[in-house]
Design a protein around this ligand. Structure first.
Ligand SMILES: O=C(CO)[C@H](O)[C@H](O)COP(=O)(O)O
Length: 224
């Protein structure tokens, strides 16, 4: 399994002070920045694009930026995000006509590639592309909004995808996104996740360092 990564979702940050918010979560122990891109078409919400990613890089953010594309179509925005400083770009198979081609496109622009499965998307979609991926992202809420509750069936899905990744023998990350909190992250880690997106649980907390430390501690205990 890969090292533990806590990736705060900036969807729940104060957008009026985004650079400062990102600096603060990174100083508080976060490993990555999770960057949710919504297009009001693939999902019923509208957020941020490559200009904001580039602005964070210009602001001085050097941590990996983990871009989660909830957009359709996918391919035409990939080069812009790569140029803007994305480290990893993940997309939904339902939003790409040619999943294998999109993975290759992301890699050809120097980024790592991830595939995102919605709560109702079967794991079979991974079968012929798993070994080309750097990360699988399992949604434990329906995408579009922060602050939703964790869907418990994601735990069994994590166990299945963990087994697939382990069988592949490849260093593929398994990320979980949606309703992750300090009080359920241990159970989620035990089911096989190594990379944890948390939005409201971190940005709504009074002390970012305290909640991130409690999350890391719970993951370490689950992995011990
Ligand atoms: O991709 C997302 C929603 O589509 C968000 O990253 C996710 O929901 C995180 O927010 P929270 O931790 O508050 O559930």
């Amino acid at each position: 399994m890969q090292s533990t990564v806590i990736a705060p979702s900036i969807l729940s940050a104060n957008f009026a002070r985004l650079g400062e918010e990102v600096d603060n979560v990174l100083k508080a122990g976060a490993d990555w920045v999770h960057f949710d891109v919504m297009d009001n078409h693939y999902v019923p919400n509208l957020t941020i694009g490559p200009m904001v990613c580039e602005a964070l890089r210009k602001h001085g953010v050097t941590a990996p930026i983990d871009v989660h594309l909830m957009v359709e179509p996918v391919d035409r925005i990939v080069p812009d995000f790569a140029k803007a400083g994305a480290s990893l770009i993940s997309f939904h198979p339902e939003a790409s006509a040619h999943v294998h081609r999109t993975i290759q496109l992301i890699k050809s622009h120097g980024c790592q590639a991830g595939l995102v499965l919605n709560p109702a998307t079967p794991v079979d979609v991974l079968e012929w592309v798993l070994e080309d991926l750097d990360m699988v992202l399992l949604m434990s809420v329906n995408p579009g909004f922060g602050g939703q509750s964790f869907i418990p069936s994601a735990l069994e899905k994590l166990r299945r995808v963990r087994a697939m990744i382990d069988r592949s023998g490849k260093p593929i990350r398994l990320e979980i996104d949606g309703g992750v909190k300090a009080d359920n992250i241990g159970e989620i880690a035990a089911a096989g996740a190594d990379t944890f997106v948390a939005g409201s649980a971190i940005f709504n907390a009074p002390d970012y360092a305290d909640v991130i430390a409690r999350m890391k501690d719970a993951v370490a205990k689950a992995r011990a």
